[in-house]
Design a protein around this ligand. Structure first.
Ligand SMILES: Nc1ncnc2c1ncn2[C@@H]1O[C@H](COP(=O)(O)OP(=O)(O)OP(=O)(O)O)[C@@H](O)[C@H]1O
Ligand SMILES: [Mg+2]
Length: 229
């Protein structure tokens, strides 16, 4: 198995007044290329903090995070954001779409920053929206789409440039079970096509579909299914 990302003794704490909150506490974790991992844990256990570090949106206070052969501690902000833009597709619970833009324009936006030509953007965004079953809704704005369709737009945006890593933080949290099921199926298909998928969820049934299950409690890994043979 090829190592994709590794957390070595990673801790992340916050101060609230004089109180120190340990959101992550000495986490050691290796994610291999092509894995489909679910991360579960109760509210406040540190899941989003873990995802933010894995997605290079945040950095550890202690320990090291290595991803695709690079030590993130040695990268500056510009290098981190370049890396994020190329290698990671993010999917959030709240969709995070821009309300004034159409579905297609939302998908195209990160491609502009990545230097795709107008023609390339047109092709790639159409392809991604068709892929998630929204070929007929490309020119609708978020408020003209259902929750499930908005999340599928967000997935199209995340996958349009084919990033090797997909990080999804509660992607079905705001959806009914049938729309949630569609999103889960899409994540499974993307994994089958070679994307490494890390899914954060409260939902144990959803998590059970992943190949690997990691449970977090109080900022620590309490259980990792890949350690039980
Ligand atoms: N910016 C911040 N400032 C202070 N404390 C924070 C901050 N972000 C997170 N925390 C604290 O760190 C801990 C872990 O938070 P995190 O968001 O990672 O939890 P989570 O597992 O994603 O929870 P949820 O399931 O509710 O999304 C919590 O106790 C939280 O209050
Ligand atoms: Mg969270």
């Amino acid at each position: 198995m090829e190592k994709l990302a590794e957390l070595k003794g990673v801790s992340r704490h916050y101060y609230l007044g004089n109180d120190r909150v340990k959101a992550l506490d000495n986490v050691n974790l290796i994610i291999n290329k092509g894995e489909y991992t679910a991360v579960v844990g109760t509210s406040g256990s540190g899941k989003s903090t873990l995802m933010n570090i894995m997605g290079c949106l945040d950095v550890p206070n202690e320990g090291e995070y290595l991803v695709m052969g690079q030590n993130t501690a040695e990268m500056n902000d510009k290098e981190l954001s370049f890396f994020r833009g190329r290698q990671i597709g993010f999917i959030f619970q709240g969709f995070n779409l821009i309300p004034s833009l159409t579905a297609k324009e939302n998908v195209e936006l990160p491609l502009i920053y990545r230097g795709f030509s107008k023609q390339q953007r047109d092709y790639v965004s159409r392809q991604a929206l068709e892929r998630v079953g929204l070929g007929h809704r490309m020119h609708h704005r978020p408020q003209q789409l259902s929750g499930g369709q908005q999340q599928r737009t967000a997935i199209a945006r995340a996958i349009a440039a084919r990033p090797p890593i997909i990080l999804a933080d509660e992607p079905t949290g705001n959806l009914d079970s049938s729309s949630g099921g569609e999103i889960t199926k899409l994540l499974e298909q993307l994994n089958a096509e070679g994307h490494t998928v890390i899914l954060i969820t409260h939902d144990n049934a959803l998590a059970a579909k992943a190949d690997r299950l990691i449970k977090i409690k109080d900022g620590k890994i309490q259980h990792d299914s890949s350690n039980t043979f």
